[in-house]
Design a protein around this ligand. Structure first.
Ligand SMILES: [Zn+2]
Length: 248
């Protein structure tokens, strides 16, 4: 190239770029054809450039992504829909790599994961509810066994949950408390028979004024009681006023 050509090229850079852009736009098949026949070269070149200019390229990609978000998303959706089989095959062939990558990402991005999970759940609520119902129906026996095991392992949580629920239904006051704090406060003595509550299995929380009669589910209306005493009390409502003792 002569000095004159170089100077000309530099002076008319934008003009030349515009011209070749127009040409490419008028003949898209030329570019597409070139890209189709040189796919490997183009990819290798792009990879090489990315490797040697990582920081710059990352910024360039990010900028492009921000400016073309909607377009890219639409392209991805259409690709996903038209390449279902290919994608499934790829996933099956790269199961472990994908799992490792997702696992690593989850660990380093817990907040993003939580947000995207929430968004997804919100967007798929009816579907999720339907699949949950179907699962419950198909696994009723297993679920019952699991629930029973949980119930046996967490009696405190279950009874607290039941109390909260009863209080809510009755419109009664509910102030959170920890059953083990009630145990400590009441010095391990049953409020109904005044005997020691020896084991955790015997332990229960009695509502001094029952929730059904407007009593609150709160520390000032509960006392430690043997499970059997509590049961006897609720079975004989007539007897309960004699056992009424305010735990302060
Ligand atoms: Zn007792």
């Amino acid at each position: 190239m002569s000095t004159y050509d170089l100077a000309y090229n530099q002076d008319h850079r934008q003009e030349r770029a515009a011209k070749s852009r127009a040409q490419r736009a008028a003949h898209p098949e030329v570019g597409a054809n070139y890209r189709a026949t040189h796919k490997g070269d183009i990819n290798a070149k792009a990879r090489a450039r990315y490797a040697s200019h990582k920081a710059e390229e990352a910024i360039r990609y990010k900028t492009y992504y921000e400016a073309h978000k909607a377009e890219i998303a639409a392209r991805m959706v259409s690709y996903h829909l038209t390449h279902k089989v290919e994608r499934a095959t790829y996933r099956a062939e790269h199961k472990e790599t994908i799992a490792a990558r997702v696992g690593a990402y989850n660990k380093t991005h817990p907040e993003q994961m939580a947000t995207s999970d929430r968004t997804w759940r919100e967007a798929h609520k009816p579907k999720l509810a339907a699949s949950g119902r179907a699962y419950k129906q198909d696994h009723a026996a297993e679920i019952a066994i699991r629930q029973r095991a949980y119930y046996l392992a967490h009696p405190d949580k279950i009874s607290a949950h039941r109390h909260r629920r009863r209080a809510r239904m009755a419109g009664a006051e509910h102030v959170p408390y920890n059953p083990s704090d009630i145990f400590a406060r009441d010095l391990g003595v049953c409020g109904l028979c005044h005997e020691r509550v020896a084991t955790k299995a015997e332990q229960s929380i009695d509502h001094i004024l029952p929730i059904s009669l407007g009593g609150a589910d709160s520390p000032h209306n509960v006392q430690l009681a043997h499970r059997r005493c509590n049961f006897a009390k609720s079975n004989s409502a007539l007897q309960f006023p004699q056992n009424l003792r305010l735990a302060l």
